[in-house]
Design a protein around this ligand. Structure first.
Ligand SMILES: Cc1cc2nc3c(=O)[nH]c(=O)nc-3n(C[C@H](O)[C@H](O)[C@H](O)COP(=O)(O)O)c2cc1C
Length: 185
């Protein structure tokens, strides 16, 4: 299967699993997709925009504007451009902001402007994942029609065992391919 010419906005947030986003970007590009990365300020503490822009062959979007020259990024244009938006990894904080429309960074404004299907791959510690607040926010995203790519069980970065590991990049790609295969049939 391929993702030839599919335009993907990849949202990256401040989770330890952000290192997997580099592999995810590479896999999307290998499948023929165009990838525009939007990263939160916290996300940049976990993986560098230089790595991501080299892999995606596009400048990474993070800030609303560049203070020294006034250039700004249009979340509205990104919302119209994309065939899909995938937020991987999605932190508890970002999921909460998405559910409640707290549009204080480029990733959330892009999400709120998005015309294309949205896929969310949560990544967090087991207690964060099973907290009623997280569960409620994920249910709210489902009610908006967003697709949740469930995390798996296993050893977490905290060394605890449980559900909260972001789905492996290969499985996320398969999920998106299956979605387009059905849609484009
Ligand atoms: C080492 C470390 C790892 C973290 N991993 C996660 C994580 O996997 N999931 C999560 O929800 N928050 C995690 N956090 C907390 C987030 O970075 C924090 O809530 C941040 O504000 C998220 O911002 P963002 O969603 O805008 O990117 C981690 C924090 C640290 C210091």
């Amino acid at each position: 299967m391929s993702l030839q010419n599919k335009r993907i906005v990849l949202g990256i947030t401040g989770s330890i699993a952000a290192y997997k986003s580099a592999v995810l970007t590479r896999l999307f590009i290998k499948k023929g997709a165009e990838v525009q990365i939007v990263i939160t300020p916290a996300g940049k503490e976990f993986i560098t925009p230089v790595t991501l822009s080299a892999l995606s062959q596009k400048a990474v979007v993070s800030e609303f504007f560049t203070a020294n020259n006034g250039t700004w990024h249009s979340h509205v244009d990104l919302g119209l451009w994309a065939d899909a938006m995938i937020i991987a990894p999605a932190t508890a904080s970002t999921i909460g902001k998405m559910a409640n429309g707290i549009a204080d960074n480029m990733l959330i404004t892009t999400y709120l402007s998005m015309k294309a299907p949205v896929f969310v791959a949560p990544a967090m510690d087991l207690d964060m994942f099973r907290h009623p607040s997280t569960k409620r926010n994920i249910d709210i995203l489902r009610s908006y029609g967003n697709h949740i790519i469930e995390p798996t069980e296993g050893q977490l970065a905290s060394h605890l065992e449980g559900k909260g590991r972001m789905q492996e990049p290969e499985n996320i790609v398969t999920y998106i391919e299956d979605f387009f295969a059905l849609k484009d049939e």
